[in-house]
Design a protein around this ligand. Structure first.
Ligand code: CA
Length: 230
């Protein structure tokens, strides 16, 4: 039910990558590894990750370039790894969208601790601190935008509101009537079909963002709920 958060390690030094992967696995994460920037980008496009650990010095693209291209399609949290303290200025100073960085040599335990902090922060940005929702969903209420697995979702107004309503109480079953009330308050549409239609299109968009998960559950005769991903 709860799949462990997938972390992509992009690092050409195998010994370092193995050490990180080991530390992550021990703490319940599902690490994957690749050595080249181009491979990383195609994996990041296809699969659903919660965070990337990105070495600045890769054999093909620089980590900066990987991050820059990643930001054109995703806001996935990134922790940079660097061997040179002079690169730190670039990571901190430039707007390349890094969430954190570590200078080699570093303690894998410290790295894992920072991964936790960032994923928790991602959770915290969802709706409110009280709703323990998933690190896989992010909602920015100010701009009415939502991300799933780091991918920005192209949602209509009602799809966005529906998602927000479901995420406000993960695992709680909402009846169609409750969803109508929360999402379509004041709108003059007819009930059940409206909810079903929007759940269907929302599901398709979530599937497009993360093909391997189906977070919305249908409860026959009752309504819908959304899973808790942590
Ligand atoms: Ca390297």
């Amino acid at each position: 039910m709860n799949s462990p958060p997938q972390i992509l390690i992009i690092e050409d030094e195998i010994a370092i990558a193995d050490t990180i992967a080991y530390a992550l696995k021990k703490e319940g994460f599902a690490p994957q590894h690749c050595e080249l920037g181009e491979d990383a980008l195609s994996k990041l496009r296809q699969d659903c990750y919660s965070l990337a650990i990105l070495d600045v010095g890769l054999p093909d693209l620089s980590g900066f370039e990987v991050c820059r291209r990643l930001r054109t399609f995703s806001n996935l949290p990134v922790i940079f790894l660097t061997a040179r303290s002079d690169e730190v200025d670039r990571i901190v100073g430039l707007e390349i969208g890094a969430d954190d960085y570590m200078v080699k040599p570093f303690s894998p335990r410290e790295l894992v601790a920072r991964v936790r902090v960032i994923l928790r922060r991602a959770v915290g940005s969802v709706i409110s601190a009280s709703s323990e929702s998933s690190p896989r969903f992010q909602i920015d209420e100010a701009s009415h935008r939502a991300w799933f697995g780091g991918e920005l979702l192209d949602l209509t107004r009602y799809e966005y509101l529906l998602l927000k309503a479901l995420l406000s109480r993960p695992e709680q079953v909402f009846t169609r009537g409750q969803l109508m009330e929360q999402v379509w308050a004041g709108a003059e549409e007819s009930a059940d079909r409206t909810v079903d239609t929007h759940v269907k299109t929302l599901r398709a968009k979530l599937r497009a963002a993360c093909p391997h998960v189906d977070p919305i559950q249908t409860h026959r005769g009752l309504g819908y709920s959304i899973g808790r991903f942590s």
